[in-house]
Design a protein around this ligand. Structure first.
Ligand code: CTP
Ligand code: CA
Length: 227
């Protein structure tokens, strides 16, 4: 009966979502990573599937439950930014929209040691080189009818920085994750967001990630229908 009342406003649409952290190898047993759980990306995938979309998640090493995903969701597991970039740029041309939820490492070690690095000396330096910007690359590839959504987590000048990313990466809108409230964002089940588009900014209340996902997908649907 529930099915009967659900809105299927993404029926027939193909959506790609990047989620989770990336791991950048230092040596065979170590990496540079971050605290992203992937929960927000998976909540978005579930919401898109619920509304009838065909979803592909390009997931870094996530720490959330991927076993009970709906059948319209497929998952491609990757580790590094470069892996995620390769998968995302290959999939993007066949999608109606992409949501870039992953917390991608901006830099990676210039070299990956073949053997475990030993504890020698009093200091240790790892030289880092820049990773590709997946969002910016998809922004350049984007065709007229495609919608591209980014995320931003800022600690200062939040709105201004998010606005700058929106333009620089050619996004249709950007979801600003607020750190203003304790207990939101990383590892949490709740989130407080603002959505920044070319039309301006909308602030939402702190809510469970599933409801946040619904707000974001409502905005996505408005953008898809406007194209
Ligand atoms: N992003 C991406 N590939 C990268 C870095 C970021 O696709 N190599 C995406 C993120 O998934 C997010 C958006 O770009 O949707 C903004 O990420 P963020 O880290 O806030 O932006 P950066 O351009 O990396 O800027 P900053 O210096 O603030 O980290
Ligand atoms: Ca970054």
């Amino acid at each position: 009966l529930d099915l009967f009342f659900e809105k299927k406003d993404l029926l027939g649409k193909r959506i790609m979502i990047t989620a989770g952290p990336t791991y950048e190898k230092i040596d065979p047993v170590r990496f540079i990573g971050n605290y992203s759980s992937g929960k927000m990306g998976f909540a978005l995938a579930e919401e898109c599937a619920r509304r009838g979309a065909e979803v592909t998640i390009v997931a870094g090493p996530v720490s959330c439950n991927i076993s009970k995903l709906k059948s319209q969701v497929s998952i491609i597991s990757v580790e590094s930014c470069q892996d995620m970039y390769d998968a995302a740029t290959e999939l993007f041309p066949d999608t109606d929209a992409a949501i870039l939820c992953a917390a991608v490492a901006d830099f990676r070690p210039a070299e990956v040691a073949e053997q475990k690095i030993k504890r020698v000396g009093q200091t240790m330096d790892i030289h880092l080189v820049p990773n590709p910007d997946i969002a910016a690359s998809l922004g350049q590839m984007k065709k007229e009818k495609q919608v591209l959504v980014g995320f931003a987590l800022e600690t200062n000048d939040e709105e201004q920085n998010a606005q700058h990313k929106l333009e620089k990466k050619n996004l249709d809108f950007i979801v600003l994750n607020s750190l203003r409230n304790e207990g939101t964002c990383f590892r949490s089940d709740e989130n407080q967001i603002s959505i920044i588009s070319r039309d301006g900014q909308t602030d939402y209340d702190k809510k469970p990630k599933r409801e946040v996902a619904a707000d974001i997908i409502d905005e996505l649907v408005r953008n898809i229908n406007r194209q």
